[in-house]
Design a binder for this molecule. Sequence first.
Ligand code: C5P
Length: 312
Amino acid sequence: MTSVLETTAAVTARAPAKVNLELGVGPLRDDGYHTLSTVYQAVGVHDDVTAAIADEWGVSVRGRDAELVPTDESNLALRAARLLAERAGDVEPVHLTIHKGIPVAGGMAGGSADAAAALIACDALWGSGLGKDELEPLAAQLGADVPFLLHGGTAVGSGRGELISPVLARGTYHWVFVPTDSEGLSTPQVYRTFDELNAAREIDEPRPSPDMMAALRNGDAEALAAVLSNDLQPAAILLQPRIDEIIESAMGFGALAAIVSGSGPTVALLADGQEGAIDLSVALAASRTAEDILRASGPVAGAHVIPAPRLT
Ligand code: C5P
Protein backbone atom coordinates (compact mmCIF):
# COMPACT_ATOMS: atom_id res chain seq x y z
CA MET A 1 0.00 0.00 0.00
CA THR A 2 1.24 3.52 -0.78
CA SER A 3 1.84 5.63 2.29
CA VAL A 4 0.47 9.16 2.65
CA LEU A 5 4.07 10.42 2.72
CA GLU A 6 4.78 8.87 -0.68
CA THR A 7 1.63 10.23 -2.30
CA THR A 8 2.33 13.79 -1.14
CA ALA A 9 6.09 13.77 -1.57
CA ALA A 10 6.11 14.93 -5.18
CA VAL A 11 5.31 18.21 -6.91
CA THR A 12 5.14 18.89 -10.66
CA ALA A 13 5.79 22.30 -12.22
CA ARG A 14 5.35 23.30 -15.84
CA ALA A 15 7.50 25.91 -17.64
CA PRO A 16 7.06 27.39 -21.12
CA ALA A 17 9.46 27.90 -24.00
CA LYS A 18 10.36 31.40 -25.18
CA VAL A 19 10.78 33.22 -28.43
CA ASN A 20 12.79 36.45 -28.69
CA LEU A 21 10.69 39.05 -30.52
CA GLU A 22 13.71 41.31 -30.55
CA LEU A 23 17.26 40.32 -29.76
CA GLY A 24 19.70 43.21 -29.77
CA VAL A 25 23.24 42.11 -29.01
CA GLY A 26 25.73 44.58 -27.57
CA PRO A 27 29.41 44.41 -26.73
CA LEU A 28 31.15 41.38 -25.23
CA ARG A 29 31.59 41.86 -21.46
CA ASP A 30 34.54 40.82 -19.33
CA ASP A 31 32.54 37.84 -17.96
CA GLY A 32 32.22 36.31 -21.44
CA TYR A 33 28.59 37.33 -21.88
CA HIS A 34 27.20 39.95 -24.26
CA THR A 35 25.05 42.86 -23.15
CA LEU A 36 21.57 42.20 -24.47
CA SER A 37 18.39 44.09 -25.01
CA THR A 38 15.75 41.51 -25.76
CA VAL A 39 11.99 41.20 -25.77
CA TYR A 40 10.94 37.75 -24.65
CA GLN A 41 7.57 36.12 -25.17
CA ALA A 42 6.62 32.88 -23.38
CA VAL A 43 4.85 30.45 -25.72
CA GLY A 44 2.72 27.38 -25.18
CA VAL A 45 5.28 24.65 -25.70
CA HIS A 46 6.12 23.18 -22.30
CA ASP A 47 8.40 21.03 -20.21
CA ASP A 48 7.12 19.51 -16.94
CA VAL A 49 9.42 18.72 -14.04
CA THR A 50 8.32 16.46 -11.19
CA ALA A 51 10.38 16.71 -8.01
CA ALA A 52 9.99 13.74 -5.67
CA ILE A 53 11.67 13.14 -2.32
CA ALA A 54 14.26 10.37 -2.82
CA ASP A 55 17.19 8.67 -1.11
CA GLU A 56 19.63 10.17 -3.61
CA TRP A 57 19.82 13.20 -5.87
CA GLY A 58 19.12 12.32 -9.49
CA VAL A 59 17.33 13.16 -12.71
CA SER A 60 15.63 11.22 -15.48
CA VAL A 61 14.31 12.58 -18.75
CA ARG A 62 11.38 11.50 -20.95
CA GLY A 63 9.61 12.86 -24.00
CA ARG A 64 10.90 14.84 -26.95
CA ASP A 65 14.70 14.62 -27.60
CA ALA A 66 15.09 13.02 -24.13
CA GLU A 67 18.24 11.16 -25.20
CA LEU A 68 20.00 14.48 -25.86
CA VAL A 69 19.61 15.78 -22.30
CA PRO A 70 22.43 15.02 -19.81
CA THR A 71 21.39 13.18 -16.64
CA ASP A 72 24.57 13.83 -14.68
CA GLU A 73 25.37 16.76 -12.40
CA SER A 74 25.55 19.09 -15.43
CA ASN A 75 21.77 18.82 -15.89
CA LEU A 76 20.44 22.36 -15.42
CA ALA A 77 17.28 21.28 -13.55
CA LEU A 78 19.38 19.26 -11.10
CA ARG A 79 21.75 22.22 -10.68
CA ALA A 80 18.69 24.38 -9.97
CA ALA A 81 17.44 21.96 -7.30
CA ARG A 82 20.88 21.80 -5.66
CA LEU A 83 21.25 25.59 -5.71
CA LEU A 84 17.86 26.02 -4.02
CA ALA A 85 18.78 23.31 -1.49
CA GLU A 86 21.91 25.32 -0.54
CA ARG A 87 19.74 28.41 -0.08
CA ALA A 88 16.92 26.63 1.78
CA GLY A 89 19.22 24.46 3.94
CA ASP A 90 18.44 21.08 5.54
CA VAL A 91 16.21 19.61 2.82
CA GLU A 92 15.80 16.02 1.66
CA PRO A 93 17.31 14.95 -1.68
CA VAL A 94 15.02 14.90 -4.72
CA HIS A 95 14.78 12.89 -7.88
CA LEU A 96 13.65 15.04 -10.80
CA THR A 97 11.69 13.60 -13.70
CA ILE A 98 11.67 15.92 -16.70
CA HIS A 99 9.02 15.49 -19.36
CA LYS A 100 10.22 17.38 -22.43
CA GLY A 101 8.00 19.07 -24.97
CA ILE A 102 10.46 21.86 -25.89
CA PRO A 103 13.07 21.05 -28.57
CA VAL A 104 16.52 20.50 -27.07
CA ALA A 105 19.24 23.00 -28.04
CA GLY A 106 16.81 24.79 -30.34
CA GLY A 107 17.00 28.41 -29.18
CA MET A 108 13.71 28.11 -27.27
CA ALA A 109 15.35 27.85 -23.83
CA GLY A 110 14.31 24.27 -23.04
CA GLY A 111 17.13 23.73 -20.53
CA SER A 112 16.34 27.05 -18.87
CA ALA A 113 12.65 26.07 -18.69
CA ASP A 114 13.64 22.89 -16.86
CA ALA A 115 15.66 24.94 -14.38
CA ALA A 116 12.74 27.35 -13.81
CA ALA A 117 10.29 24.47 -13.34
CA ALA A 118 12.69 22.68 -10.96
CA LEU A 119 13.00 25.83 -8.80
CA ILE A 120 9.21 26.18 -8.57
CA ALA A 121 8.61 22.45 -7.94
CA CYS A 122 11.32 22.14 -5.27
CA ASP A 123 10.29 25.38 -3.55
CA ALA A 124 6.77 23.94 -3.18
CA LEU A 125 7.96 20.42 -2.29
CA TRP A 126 10.37 21.53 0.43
CA GLY A 127 8.06 24.28 1.68
CA SER A 128 10.94 26.75 1.41
CA GLY A 129 8.35 29.36 0.39
CA LEU A 130 10.76 31.65 -1.48
CA GLY A 131 8.34 32.47 -4.28
CA LYS A 132 9.31 33.88 -7.66
CA ASP A 133 10.86 37.11 -6.42
CA GLU A 134 13.33 35.37 -4.12
CA LEU A 135 13.96 32.57 -6.61
CA GLU A 136 14.93 35.12 -9.27
CA PRO A 137 18.57 35.66 -8.18
CA LEU A 138 19.07 31.88 -8.12
CA ALA A 139 17.50 31.68 -11.58
CA ALA A 140 19.92 34.33 -12.86
CA GLN A 141 22.89 32.29 -11.60
CA LEU A 142 21.67 29.29 -13.61
CA GLY A 143 21.35 31.04 -16.98
CA ALA A 144 20.39 34.28 -18.68
CA ASP A 145 16.91 33.06 -19.74
CA VAL A 146 15.88 31.36 -16.49
CA PRO A 147 14.46 34.45 -14.70
CA PHE A 148 12.18 35.20 -17.65
CA LEU A 149 10.84 31.64 -17.67
CA LEU A 150 9.90 31.98 -13.99
CA HIS A 151 7.76 35.00 -14.84
CA GLY A 152 6.51 34.29 -18.38
CA GLY A 153 4.28 36.69 -20.35
CA THR A 154 6.07 39.26 -22.46
CA ALA A 155 9.05 41.10 -20.98
CA VAL A 156 12.15 43.09 -21.78
CA GLY A 157 15.40 41.43 -20.75
CA SER A 158 18.53 43.50 -20.21
CA GLY A 159 21.97 42.89 -18.70
CA ARG A 160 22.81 39.49 -20.19
CA GLY A 161 19.07 38.84 -20.52
CA GLU A 162 18.44 38.09 -16.85
CA LEU A 163 17.11 41.51 -15.74
CA ILE A 164 13.43 41.35 -16.51
CA SER A 165 10.77 44.03 -16.74
CA PRO A 166 7.26 43.20 -17.93
CA VAL A 167 5.89 44.79 -21.10
CA LEU A 168 2.32 45.88 -21.71
CA ALA A 169 1.28 43.46 -24.44
CA ARG A 170 -2.25 42.98 -25.73
CA GLY A 171 -3.63 40.11 -27.72
CA THR A 172 -2.53 36.59 -28.49
CA TYR A 173 0.02 35.77 -31.15
CA HIS A 174 0.01 32.54 -33.12
CA TRP A 175 3.34 30.93 -33.84
CA VAL A 176 4.61 28.00 -35.86
CA PHE A 177 8.03 26.67 -34.85
CA VAL A 178 10.27 24.65 -37.13
CA PRO A 179 13.08 22.97 -35.17
CA THR A 180 16.05 21.99 -37.33
CA ASP A 181 19.04 19.84 -36.56
CA SER A 182 21.05 21.63 -33.90
CA GLU A 183 24.30 19.86 -34.71
CA GLY A 184 27.13 22.35 -35.02
CA LEU A 185 25.13 25.23 -33.63
CA SER A 186 25.74 25.78 -29.94
CA THR A 187 24.78 29.06 -28.27
CA PRO A 188 28.41 30.06 -27.47
CA GLN A 189 29.38 29.29 -31.07
CA VAL A 190 26.62 31.53 -32.45
CA TYR A 191 27.73 34.37 -30.18
CA ARG A 192 31.38 33.82 -31.22
CA THR A 193 30.36 33.96 -34.89
CA PHE A 194 28.41 37.17 -34.14
CA ASP A 195 31.66 38.63 -32.74
CA GLU A 196 33.60 37.56 -35.83
CA LEU A 197 30.99 39.03 -38.21
CA ASN A 198 31.02 42.33 -36.31
CA ALA A 199 34.74 42.51 -35.54
CA ALA A 200 35.28 45.49 -37.82
CA ARG A 201 32.65 47.78 -36.31
CA GLU A 202 31.88 49.47 -33.03
CA ILE A 203 28.89 47.78 -31.37
CA ASP A 204 26.44 50.09 -29.60
CA GLU A 205 24.55 49.32 -26.39
CA PRO A 206 21.27 47.80 -27.62
CA ARG A 207 17.89 49.25 -26.57
CA PRO A 208 14.28 48.07 -26.92
CA SER A 209 12.74 49.65 -30.01
CA PRO A 210 9.76 51.99 -29.58
CA ASP A 211 8.08 50.41 -32.64
CA MET A 212 8.18 46.99 -30.96
CA MET A 213 6.60 48.41 -27.80
CA ALA A 214 3.88 50.12 -29.85
CA ALA A 215 3.05 46.96 -31.79
CA LEU A 216 2.73 44.96 -28.55
CA ARG A 217 0.63 47.68 -26.89
CA ASN A 218 -1.76 47.60 -29.83
CA GLY A 219 -1.88 43.81 -30.07
CA ASP A 220 -1.23 44.09 -33.79
CA ALA A 221 0.33 40.93 -35.30
CA GLU A 222 1.11 42.59 -38.65
CA ALA A 223 2.84 45.50 -36.95
CA LEU A 224 4.74 43.06 -34.75
CA ALA A 225 5.79 41.06 -37.83
CA ALA A 226 7.33 44.18 -39.32
CA VAL A 227 9.58 44.79 -36.32
CA LEU A 228 10.70 41.28 -35.28
CA SER A 229 14.51 41.29 -35.26
CA ASN A 230 17.39 39.13 -34.14
CA ASP A 231 21.00 40.29 -34.28
CA LEU A 232 22.15 36.66 -34.02
CA GLN A 233 20.31 35.63 -37.19
CA PRO A 234 23.16 36.22 -39.68
CA ALA A 235 25.52 34.17 -37.49
CA ALA A 236 22.99 31.32 -37.09
CA ILE A 237 22.34 31.23 -40.86
CA LEU A 238 26.06 31.25 -41.63
CA LEU A 239 26.50 28.21 -39.37
CA GLN A 240 23.37 26.50 -40.65
CA PRO A 241 22.24 27.68 -44.13
CA ARG A 242 19.15 25.43 -44.00
CA ILE A 243 17.59 28.05 -41.72
CA ASP A 244 17.45 30.48 -44.63
CA GLU A 245 15.66 27.96 -46.87
CA ILE A 246 12.98 27.46 -44.22
CA ILE A 247 12.53 31.21 -43.79
CA GLU A 248 12.11 31.72 -47.55
CA SER A 249 9.63 28.88 -47.94
CA ALA A 250 7.60 29.99 -44.94
CA MET A 251 7.29 33.54 -46.29
CA GLY A 252 6.08 32.04 -49.58
CA PHE A 253 3.42 30.10 -47.66
CA GLY A 254 1.99 33.23 -46.03
CA ALA A 255 3.88 33.65 -42.75
CA LEU A 256 3.66 37.25 -41.54
CA ALA A 257 7.31 37.00 -40.51
CA ALA A 258 10.01 34.37 -40.08
CA ILE A 259 12.85 34.74 -37.63
CA VAL A 260 15.48 32.63 -35.90
CA SER A 261 14.45 31.93 -32.31
CA GLY A 262 17.20 33.09 -29.94
CA SER A 263 20.52 31.61 -31.05
CA GLY A 264 18.65 29.08 -33.22
CA PRO A 265 18.40 26.88 -35.07
CA THR A 266 14.60 26.77 -34.52
CA VAL A 267 12.78 29.09 -36.93
CA ALA A 268 9.82 30.99 -35.45
CA LEU A 269 7.03 31.91 -37.87
CA LEU A 270 4.42 34.48 -36.91
CA ALA A 271 1.06 33.56 -38.42
CA ASP A 272 -2.04 35.56 -39.18
CA GLY A 273 -4.32 34.08 -36.49
CA GLN A 274 -4.92 30.50 -35.40
CA GLU A 275 -6.23 29.34 -38.76
CA GLY A 276 -3.30 31.00 -40.46
CA ALA A 277 -0.99 28.98 -38.22
CA ILE A 278 -2.76 25.74 -39.15
CA ASP A 279 -2.63 26.57 -42.88
CA LEU A 280 1.06 27.43 -42.61
CA SER A 281 1.96 24.20 -40.85
CA VAL A 282 -0.03 22.16 -43.38
CA ALA A 283 1.77 23.91 -46.26
CA LEU A 284 5.19 23.33 -44.66
CA ALA A 285 4.44 19.65 -44.12
CA ALA A 286 2.82 19.06 -47.54
CA SER A 287 5.74 20.69 -49.35
CA ARG A 288 8.16 18.64 -47.22
CA THR A 289 9.87 21.87 -46.18
CA ALA A 290 9.68 20.58 -42.63
CA GLU A 291 8.68 17.35 -40.93
CA ASP A 292 8.87 18.55 -37.39
CA ILE A 293 6.46 21.43 -36.79
CA LEU A 294 5.15 22.86 -33.50
CA ARG A 295 2.22 25.26 -33.16
CA ALA A 296 1.82 27.45 -30.10
CA SER A 297 0.37 30.76 -29.03
CA GLY A 298 1.76 33.35 -26.69
CA PRO A 299 2.07 35.00 -24.30
CA VAL A 300 1.53 32.30 -21.66
CA ALA A 301 2.29 32.07 -17.93
CA GLY A 302 5.72 31.36 -16.49
CA ALA A 303 6.68 28.31 -14.42
CA HIS A 304 3.87 27.14 -12.13
CA VAL A 305 2.78 24.10 -10.18
CA ILE A 306 0.35 21.81 -12.00
CA PRO A 307 -1.82 19.11 -10.43
CA ALA A 308 -0.22 15.95 -11.80
CA PRO A 309 2.59 14.81 -14.07
CA ARG A 310 2.01 13.70 -17.64
CA LEU A 311 1.89 9.92 -17.76
CA THR A 312 3.42 9.34 -21.20
O1 C5P B 1 23.17 31.94 -20.04
P1 C5P B 1 23.46 30.72 -20.84
O2 C5P B 1 24.22 29.68 -20.05
O3 C5P B 1 22.27 30.17 -21.53
O4 C5P B 1 24.46 31.17 -22.01
C1 C5P B 1 25.17 30.24 -22.78
C2 C5P B 1 26.32 30.93 -23.51
O5 C5P B 1 25.81 31.84 -24.49
C3 C5P B 1 27.24 31.75 -22.64
O6 C5P B 1 28.25 30.95 -22.06
C4 C5P B 1 27.82 32.75 -23.66
O7 C5P B 1 28.84 32.16 -24.43
C5 C5P B 1 26.64 32.99 -24.58
N1 C5P B 1 25.86 34.18 -24.17
C6 C5P B 1 26.40 35.43 -24.37
N2 C5P B 1 25.70 36.54 -23.96
C7 C5P B 1 24.47 36.43 -23.39
C8 C5P B 1 23.89 35.15 -23.19
C9 C5P B 1 24.62 34.04 -23.59
O8 C5P B 1 27.51 35.57 -24.90
N3 C5P B 1 23.83 37.51 -23.00
